[in-house]
Design a protein around this ligand. Structure first.
Ligand code: NAD
Length: 499
């Protein structure tokens, strides 16, 4: 870590792979510059895992598996609870590290990312010895009991948009259930996952239970997907790469969990509490600079309230404080990489070319102090339902606005994409709310709120948004193999082949 950064932010930056309970260099000695998206300065040159390093990590995880999976579930839980405490004890450091690497405003990393990470590990720590098997009421004379066994070594591949939180979503249930883990963070944002792995060792989680290997998708990532000694791959990322993961995992019939893209519909009916809908809709798209798979990126407004709603929405969006993510007053930081900033700006050009009307934004902010960073202004575009910008995931502070006249039309527009991850609706009419919720094809649906997430509530999508669920009992089920054990207690079995 550069001395200047250490002085400015007072944090130590992990810069090696974490394998077998230690920080190690990559076997080929390669590193990659990890950047601060506020000004594109180098934070650190971080070891870059290749396929050979993934192989090492799998060996460590396999060696750790028998002991970890046979540990009393309550003991695994106790260690995860200690980890949650350690995250809270190091909250400020983790928040700073996440802000430095991702550009998330410090008020968000302190107020949301770090507390939610601790809460998720704590939830699964508590779950470890409460996830029970069952007894199936089969014929008299037999006992058929079902246990849930750990799957084995789990490969986990995560994107750059919530790198700290995703360590807990992925590792929490996997570890509670007794699996060991090889996690590949995005090569762009590896820092907090490495620090979490180190904290795991500090609280006593045995060496090799968790291994973190930052590396490129087409090298380390593909090796995880193809590795014959990995039993499950859990992937969060784009739909395009998700399809490759699913195909690649067939090599040894790995189990696969896919959390992919989204294009969240956010429907405001004419009877909604407009003030609440307004605040919720702004949060739905602009929190985390819009870099959220569940972002409410399609604002679908009843035609009777549309003009007034848009006017108020634009008025507030224009006042969102964009700037240095370390400034506690900042509400929107930079996007996480310049590559991604360019991708979002390219969608503004697509909107213009397709006749979409850019109501605000569509460009980088003019402020000279932000010129070196990955900043994009809040962008609101009037677009038609089947325009590319209403169909493809932009993954930035970019929201389309369309209108509807009837409830049926609102549902039709909401369902008119390949995705089905998260969505919201705003109305005071109870039966309209539940009826619409039933009709919208989406893994999560928020009524008069948006983007609520809890470690106990299943998270995931359908269609091009993937399959499988994270969080809650559902996640525990997906990190275990059910085993049915039949016992003949005192049954007479007919002698089928009696001679
Ligand atoms: P991405 O698909 O490009 O990369 C995700 C991860 O996969 C990274 O770690 C990357 O290195 C790795 N990867 C890339 N190519 C690979 C390959 N061939 N084999 C194995 N791994 C490979 O996505 P991104 O740009 O990092 O993240 C943004 C995407 O993630 C968006 O589409 C967003 O919606 C999605 N996302 C989904 C959820 C969810 O829970 N549904 C949550 C957050 C983000």
């Amino acid at each position: 870590m550069s001395a200047a950064l250490a002085e400015t932010h007072g944090i130590r930056v992990p810069d090696k792979l974490y394998i077998g309970g230690r920080f190690v260099d990559a076997l080929d000695g390669k590193t990659l510059a990890v950047l601060n998206p506020h000004d594109n300065s180098t934070i650190a040159d971080v070891a870059l895992a290749s396929a050979a390093d993934v192989n090492r990590a799998v060996v460590a995880a396999r060696a750790a598996f028998p002991r970890w999976s046979r540990l009393a579930a309550g003991e695994r839980g106790r260690l995860l609870l200690k980890l949650a405490d350690a995250i809270e004890a190091n909250a400020d450091e983790l928040a700073r590290l996440e802000t430095l690497n991702t550009g998330h405003p410090i008020r968000d990393t302190r107020g949301l990312d770090v507390p939610r990470t601790a809460a998720t590990f704590r939830y699964f720590g508590g779950m470890a010895d409460k996830f029970e098997g069952s007894i199936v009421p089969v014929e008299p004379g037999f006992l058929d009991y079902v246990t849930h066994e750990a799957i084995g070594v789990v490969g986990q591949i995560v994107p750059w948009n919530f790198p700290l939180m995703f360590t807990s979503w992925k590792m929490g249930p996997a570890l509670a259930a007794g699996n060991t883990v090889v996690l590949k963070p995005s090569e762009i944002t590896p820092l907090t996952a490495l620090r979490i792995a180190e904290l795991m060792s500090e609280v006593g989680i045995p060496d090799g239970v968790v291994n973190v290997v930052p590396g490129f998708g087409n090298d380390a990532g593909e090796r995880i997907v193809q590795h014959p000694d990995i039993n499950k791959v859990s992937f969060t990322g784009s739909t395009a790469i998700g399809k490759r993961v699913l195909a690649g995992a067939s090599s040894n019939l790995k189990r696969v969990g896919l959390e992919l893209g989204g294009k969240g519909a956010n429907v405001v009916f004419e009877d909604a509490d407009i003030a609440r809908a307004l605040g919720g809709s702004l949060f739905a798209i602009f929190h985390n600079q819009g870099q959220a798979c569940i972002a409410g990126s399609r604002l679908i407004l009843h035609e009777r309230i549309a003009d007034a709603f848009v006017e108020k929405f634009l008025a507030v969006a224009k006042t969102i404080r964009i700037g240095d993510p370390f400034d506690p007053a900042t509400e929107m930081g930079p996007l996480t990489s310049s590559l991604h900033r360019d991708r979002v700006l390219a969608y503004c050009d697509v909107a213009r070319e397709q006749g979409g009307e850019i109501l605000i934004g569509g460009k980088a902010p003019a402020a000279p102090e932000l010129a070196e960073g990955c900043y994009v202004e809040p962008t609101v575009v009037r677009a038609k339902t089947h325009d590319r910008v209403s169909q493809e995931e932009v993954f930035g502070p970019f929201v389309t606005v369309t209108t509807f006249a009837t409830d049926a039309e609102a549902i039709e527009i909401a369902n008119a994409t390949q995705y089905g991850l998260g969505g919201g609706l705003w109305t005071r009419d109870l039966s309209r709310a539940h009826r619409t919720a039933r009709e919208i094809r989406s893994g999560m649906l928020w009524i008069n709120c948006y983007k609520r997430v809890h470690p106990g509530s299943p998270f995931g999508g359908m269609g091009a948004s993937g399959h499988g669920r994270e969080m809650g009992f559902e996640a525990m089920r997906q990190y275990t193999e059910p085993k049915a054990v039949w016992v003949n207690v005192d049954a007479e079995i007919p002698a089928f082949y009696a001679r």
